[in-house]
Design a protein around this ligand. Structure first.
Ligand code: FE
Ligand code: FE
Ligand code: ZN
Length: 275
C-alpha cells in the first residue's frame, strides 16, 4: 500500500496527528518540530508518544517526517544565525529519539553571497556537529527550488554536502516535486531521466521521502510556490507517475499543498488511484 499523507499541525500532539491522518486516509504525515520562527519547542509528552505509537501500529501509520523550521539557515553569513540553526537542529534530534526510526527533513539553507562552496562546507560542518553515531533518526536534505541563494537546487550540491558528512549512513534526501521542477528538472516529460540523474549523482538509495506538490510556476522559475494537486504546471498525471513509480515504492509521500484537511483527503484519494 502506498504510504501517503500530508503536512499536519503538531500543536495538539502526536496522538492527535495520528488520528487526523487516519481520518483522511493517510498512512504517513509530516509536521513541524516547532513553529516556523524556530522558537522553543513544546516538551515531549511521553504519554502522548506512547499513545501515538500504539495508535499508529493499529492503523498502519508508517514512517513519519519531522520538518525543521524553514527559517533556519545553517549557512548564513552571520555566525549567530548559523549557531541558532545548529542548536535548534540538535535539540530537535534529541527529542526525535522518542520516536525512533523516522526522518528529520531540513532546508540546506541560503549562502547569502558567501558562494555555494562556502555554503556547502558550513552545512556539512553543522551536520558533523549534530549527528551522533547510533541515533535512530535519519536526517534528510530537501531538494530546493533555487530561490535567491538557496543551496541544494542541483543534485550535485546535495551530493557534495553528503560527501563532506562524516556519518553518511545517518543522511538521506527528500525530493520535493514543486522544488525540483522549479529548479529545472523536467519531471512532467522526463521523470525517468530525472530519476536516472538522481541515481547517477546521489544514488537512489539515498532518497528517503518525497514531498508531493503541484507548482504555481513553470519549470525552472526558481519561485517555490506550491499549488493544489492538478491545478498547477505539474498536473495530476505527472504527480501520479511519481507516487506510483516502482523505483520510489515504499517511500513516504507527503503533500504540502495549500489545503485544509478535506482538501488533503481528496488529494490523497486522487493520488492513490493509478489513473
Ligand atoms: Fe520543506
Ligand atoms: Fe517541501
Ligand atoms: Zn516549498
Amino acid at each position: 500500500m502506498i504510504k501517503i499523507g500530508c503536512h499536519l499541525s503538531s500543536s495538539k500532539g502526536f496522538l492527535h496527528m495520528g488520528k487526523e491522518a487516519a481520518a483522511i486516509g493517510a498512512n504517513t504525515f509530516q509536521f513541524f518540530t516547532r513553529n516556523p520562527r524556530g522558537s522553543r519547542a513544546k516538551a515531549i509528552d511521553p504519554e502522548d508518544v506512547r499513545a501515538y505509537l500504539a495508535f499508529a501500529g493499529e492503523h498502519g501509520i508508517g514512517q513519519i517526517v519531522a520538518h525543521a523550521p524553514y527559517t533556519l539557515n545553517p549557512c548564513s553569513a552571520r555566525e549567530e544565525t548559523r549557531e541558532f540553526a545548529l542548536e535548534t537542529m540538535r535539540d530537535d534530534l534529541e527529542r526525535l529519539e522518542y520516536l525512533p526510526g523516522n526522518y528529520y527533513n531540513f532546508h540546506p539553507g541560503s549562502h547569502v553571497g558567501q558562494g555555494i562552496e562556502a555554503g556547502i562546507a558550513q552545512i556539512a560542518g553543522t551536520l558533523n556537529e549534530i549527528l551522533v553515531p547510533g541515533q535512530r533518526t535519519v536526517v534528510l536534505l530537501e531538494t530546493m527550488a533555487g530561490k535567491g541563494s538557496e543551496v541544494g537546487s542541483r543534485f550535485e550540491e546535495l551530493e557534495r554536502i553528503l560527501e563532506q558528512v562524516m556519518h553518511p549512513e545517518l543522511m538521506g534526501v527528500c525530493l520535493d516535486t514543486c522544488h525540483v521542477y522549479d529548479a529545472g528538472y523536467d519531471i512532467t516529460e522526463d521523470l525517468e531521466g530525472v530519476l536516472d540523474s538522481f541515481d547517477r549523482i546521489i544514488g537512489l538509495e539515498k532518497l528517503k521521502a518525497v514531498h508531493v506538490n503541484d507548482t504555481k510556476n513553470p519549470m525552472g522559475s526558481h519561485k517555490d510556490r506550491h499549488e493544489k494537486i492538478g491545478e498547477g504546471f505539474l498536473g495530476l498525471e505527472a504527480l501520479r507517475r511519481v507516487v506510483h513509480h516502482p523505483k520510489l515504492s515504499g517511500l513516504p509521500f507527503c503533500l504540502e499543498t495549500p489545503n485544509e484537511l478535506p482538501g488533503y483527503e481528496a488529494e490523497i484519494r486522487l493520488l492513490r488511484q493509478k489513473s
